[in-house]
Design a protein around this ligand. Structure first.
Ligand code: DHB
Ligand code: MG
Length: 634
């Protein structure tokens, strides 16, 4: 797949955009006219910058309100086109995008438009240029790619072709099978964008909410399959108008865009015969979470270990060569790393005690790793002692690590190979609390990183994303979306903070970056677990008694169950599949916490209880007696 991206997609000045586009690995770039007009160098300067970066300028755009203009205006439009051709020739690009006319002066008429394009094609041919015609979803007469194609067909000029833009076709739900009958060499370039399904004016939706293929809800893969089925082998170019991207990191957005195209090509390649995209292993099937690793220090480790032990974890092994202890309960493994060297220590230096790494157990770790790297994931390597395992590792949220393990290799036996069993300290309470496995891992990121990580996980692992929900914090809204697989073996809740006064925002601010903010463990008997935890000195998060009055009334729970829930500070929810019970720890450090859940068929994550849980966590975090407006970020 030949990749390209329109400069309008990215924030920053034109030179920065070109640098980021080249660094992200794109083959080409569409110069959006406004970016050129705002740049005070010449067209040849821009052309030289692009070529020096190894970028082909695939398109100069847009040329507006061309076809079907009345006499007088018509000749002025052609003069305007000639001026743009001058710029294009100096830029060193061979194609202009003409988007369908929106002018009130336009006269409409397919033959009139075809005649205009035939003449424009003649003029372009004299300069070795090509003209692509795109139907804007809100075009005054032409807003359907089938009409645009009919005009191009009737213009019948080899320098005039069609430009397909997934947003315009998919937003209007145009039958994408109509694309299959378009000759591939008349499709001059394909623009791609996804978007969340929002019921709004097409122009506003297009200019503010487009996102990368795979980040939204439009059937961009099916659209691309239809194009690939024609044998089209030209550029696929991202054209994204998105307010969040306009203010985001130029490099990060460019990197997301490149990943989205590689992922799209891989999906299409598996469905059509045409050789689109590079071969790579399929999305990794997730079997579970192998472990979660905390980076901390000798001084701070005791508090964390005390909480783990109060949760029923016991120290089962220690690393053969590193200062890492393995705590386990059920299928859960928590590593506590107090190394004073290496990446864990660096993570601790930046973020303090934090869950900086997780291991994802997949069907084939090397395949998952190879796929991740093909999708631009950043590999991570660190020295390995003799006889110990070298894990495939990629960088994850907040610069943390994602280890990939599997049972088909030695990696799945990491706890035996890299660790040696330690006897349980005499006198410690060895009984566990009935925690079984990791139910979900909650990662808190800055809101403008949400799409990045949703695309990251869903492109590498065989997972899906759930619809975004708003989590109400007393000081703001936190957007939450889950990446999960069919079996539930992997559930990653992505929580996007927009201000630092929310619990999520406070966590990011105080931990200096995104990361894992809470771990949820499963039990198959929440009341038995609660009793065990109580006996171990676990201090549950206190939930307001008013909450229990409400749920008794709301769910008709009956007094007995309500009293049991209240006595243990357990929250309750229900969906069409069953019941959900949640028990929270108090916060640890700057807003980290643990959760214990019991699912009785329920498939959600207790979003309805979030407001109560967050309020309780924030209240508990605020030092006693400190007035609410004391300036602390909570
Ligand atoms: O919103 C617009 O004006 C616009 C311009 C050029 C395009 O290629 C497009 O898809 C939209
Ligand atoms: Mg377009």
């Amino acid at each position: 797949m030949k990749t390209s991206i329109a400069t309008v997609t990215l924030s920053g000045e034109l030179p920065d955009k070109l640098e980021a586009i080249a660094k992200a690995g794109f083959d080409g770039v569409e110069i959006f006219e406004n970016d050129f007009l705002a740049f005070d160098g010449s067209p040849s300067d821009v052309g030289r910058m692009a070529r020096d970066l190894g970028l082909t300028i695939t398109l100069f755009q847009p040329f507006r309100d061309f076809e079907g203009m009345p006499e007088g205006l018509r000749s002025r439009t052609f003069d305007r086109a000639e001026r743009k051709f001058d710029v294009m020739q100096e830029l060193g690009t061979g194609m202009v995008l003409v988007c369908s006319n929106v002018s009130p002066a336009a006269l409409g008429g397919i033959d009139r438009a075809a005649a205009d394009f035939r003449e424009l094609g003649e003029r372009a041919a004299k300069r070795g240029l090509k003209v692509g015609y795109e139907a804007l979803a809100w075009g005054r007469f032409v807003n359907d790619h089938r009409d645009a194609w009919e005009i191009v067909r009737r213009a019948d000029h080899q320098n005039v072709g069609l430009i397909l833009d997934s947003f315009h076709s998919l937003s209007r739900k145009i039958d994408i099978n109509s694309i299959r009958s378009i000759p591939k060499d008349k499709i001059f370039i394909v623009q791609l964008a996804d978007a969340p399904l929002i019921d709004m004016d097409l122009l506003y939706w297009s200019r503010h909410f487009r996102n990368m293929p795979g980040e939204g809800d439009l059937p961009v893969t099916a659209f691309t399959e239809a194009i690939a089925s024609t044998g089209y082998d030209g550029y696929f170019s991202l054209e994204i108008f998105n307010d969040q991207f306009r203010g985001g990191s130029t490099q990060a957005i460019a990197a997301d865009g490149h990943r989205s195209l590689i992922y799209l090509a891989d999906q299409v390649r598996r469905k059509v015969e045409t050789p689109i995209g590079i071969a790579m292993p399929e999305r990794a099937k997730v079997k579970g979470v192998g472990f979660v690793e905390f980076a901390t220090s000798e001084d701070e480790a005791d508090e964390l270990i005390a909480i783990l032990q109060a949760l029923g974890f016991r120290k089962a092994a220690k690393h053969r060569s590193k200062k890492v202890s393995l705590f386990e309960q059920g299928e859960i493994r928590i590593l506590v790393n107090v190394d004073t060297a290496g990446f864990a220590n660096a993570a601790y230096a930046v973020h303090g005690t934090s869950a900086y790494a997780l291991a994802i157990a997949v069907d084939d770790a090397q395949d998952a790793y190879n796929r991740a790297l093909a999708l631009d994931a950043e590999p991570f390597r660190q020295p390995v002692a003799e006889g110990e395992l070298e894990f495939p590792v990629i960088r994850g949220v907040g610069g943390g690590l994602i280890y990939l393990i599997d049972d088909k290799s030695q990696l799945g036996r990491f706890s035996e190979i890299d660790f040696e069993v330690v006897a349980t300290d005499p006198g410690t309470d060895a009984a566990d609390a009935g925690l079984l496995r990791i139910d979900h891992i909650a990662q808190t990121v800055a809101y403008d990183e949400m799409l990045t990580w949703l695309l990251f996980y869903t492109s590498i692992f065989d997972t899906r994303k759930t619809p975004m929900v708003d989590i109400i914090d007393p000081s703001g809204v936190v957007r939450s979306q889950v990446v999960e697989n069919e079996s539930g073996a992997l559930r990653l809740t992505m929580n996007g903070a927009e201000n630092r006064r929310t619990l999520a925002g406070h966590f990011i601010a105080e931990k200096f970056g995104s990361g894992i903010q809470h771990l949820a463990f499963s039990t198959d008997d929440i009341f038995s677990t609660a009793a065990s935890l109580r006996a171990k000195g676990f201090r549950p998060l206190h939930i307001s008694p008013n909450y229990y009055d409400d749920i008794e009334a709301r769910f008709g729970l009956g007094e007995d169950l309500t009293e049991r829930l209240k006595a243990e500070n357990i929250l309750y929810d229900r969906d069409e599949h069953g019941e959900y019970f949640q028990l929270y720890s108090r916060t640890y450090g700057e807003g980290f916490f643990f959760e214990i859940v019991e699912r009785r068929g329920y498939r959600g994550y207790g979003a309805a209880n979030a407001i109560f849980r967050i309020a309780a966590l924030k209240k508990q975090m605020r030092p006693e007696g400190v007035p609410k407006d004391a300036g602390i970020s909570l």
